[in-house]
Design a protein around this ligand. Structure first.
Ligand SMILES: *Cc1c(COP(=O)(O)O)cnc(C)c1O
Length: 355
């Protein structure tokens, strides 16, 4: 048996071990069927039950049982950068808080005249802007709830007259989200939900009705809504694993319990960064992410040693994104508290040795 380590990778990212074990078994044979999850019809009874249960659990966890349609799509969150304005129109407001929102903004220009409502680019995306310049006529207000690269996160959603469209790829189901003004929420699965290959899209039914007419069938949200995300063959294995993760989340006590655990994990790690002079956080304190903790070493020339020694200690994937440098510890739902404790212990020891 291989030894599993604590994996701090930003995405694809760590998954609960019990989920992986159950998926492994059902990859070979779904229960007693004698054929695996990837080998049966996406319209057959076995897969239908799995698909519908995953959808129900996820809607329940998101608090979206009423008035929303949940879709399983492909193309990653990156496809949503254009599919959202293609369906809803691109005359929208965008808050630019990092590379992902920049990319989304760029695609919206193909479908209208989006406006920049605020940007933190001038300070290298180290914060969430406080002042927004909003247009009450915009189709929607787009924001990235958690900035995976810079390590910042909206502490609460902004108020707006228009519906919010949220790229929640890296913090979906990490804390409760008040959906009252959310028109659409999307997330690539591979950060906080499951394997790469499926994108979750939650769309409010009135927005679904307003989708525009002339676009390729497969890119029209209504196509997938009408067919329960089975217009064509969906990514059956990622959807299956998503369902297992949703079941695991419910067994942990749901999103509220997960949020409390995530808060404790982040507080412990930031406390170590603030206490130890060898480390410095990269995000402004009031914008810090509970999912991606970015920091750097204050002494030159130690990055390599930090990475190789942490890896030897069973702490994987701590290298920061190439555009930011330094380190990044991604502590999504599936990272246990023991993983954060092990990282904090390692940082203290490393700081002691290199002080
Ligand atoms: C990773 C990420 C994306 C891109 O996701 P893909 O599925 O690779 O297209 C978009 N937005 C955020 C916030 C991300 O973290």
């Amino acid at each position: 048996m291989s030894q599993r380590v604590f994996n701090f990778s930003a995405g694809p990212a760590t998954l609960p071990e019990v989920v992986l074990e159950e998926a492994r078994d059902n990859l070979v044979s779904l229960g007693s069927l004698g054929a695996g999850i990837c080998e049966v019809s996406h319209r057959g009874p076995e897969y239908t039950a799995i698909h519908e249960e995953a959808e129900e659990r996820l809607k329940r966890l998101l608090g979206a049982e009423q008035g929303y349609t949940l879709l399983f799509l492909t193309g990653g969150a990156s496809q949503q950068f254009f599919q959202v304005p293609m369906n809803l129109g691109g005359d929208a407001d965008y808050v630019i808080t990092g590379t992902w929102s920049e990319k989304a903004f760029k695609e919206a220009k193909r479908f209208g005249s989006p406006r920049e409502a605020a940007s933190s680019k001038e300070t290298r995306f180290d914060r969430i802007p406080k002042k927004l310049d909003l247009n009450g006529e915009a189709r929607y207000l787009h924001l990235t709830s958690n900035n995976t690269v810079a390590g910042t996160q909206w502490q609460e959603l902004p108020e707006a007259e228009v519906p919010l469209v949220i790229d929640a790829s890296s913090d979906i189901l990490s804390r409760p989200v008040d959906l009252s003004n959310v028109g659409l929420l999307y997330a690539g699965a591979q950060k906080n939900l499951g394997p790469a290959g499926v994108t979750l899209v939650l769309i409010r039914d009135d927005l679904l009705e307003q989708c525009k007419g002339d676009m390729p069938t497969l890119l029209d949200y209504r196509t997938h809504a009408e067919k329960g995300s089975r217009y064509n063959t969906p990514p059956v294995f990622p959807i299956y694993v998503l369902g297992l993760v949703a079941k695991w989340l419910e067994a942990q006590g749901g999103v509220e319990v997960m949020a409390a655990t995530n808060r404790r994990k982040a507080e412990r790690l930031y406390a170590a960064i603030d206490e130890l002079s060898l480390f410095e956080g990269l995000a402004q304190e009031d914008s810090r992410s509970q999912m991606n903790v970015t920091f750097r070493l204050t002494k030159e020339g130690l990055d390599k040693a930090f990475l190789s020694e942490s890896k030897a200690a069973g702490l994987l994937g701590l290298k920061g994104h190439r555009s930011v440098g330094g380190m990044r510890a991604s502590i999504y739902n599936a990272m246990p508290e023991a993983g954060v404790d092990a990282l904090v212990g390692f940082m203290k020891e490393f700081a002691g040795k290199h002080a």
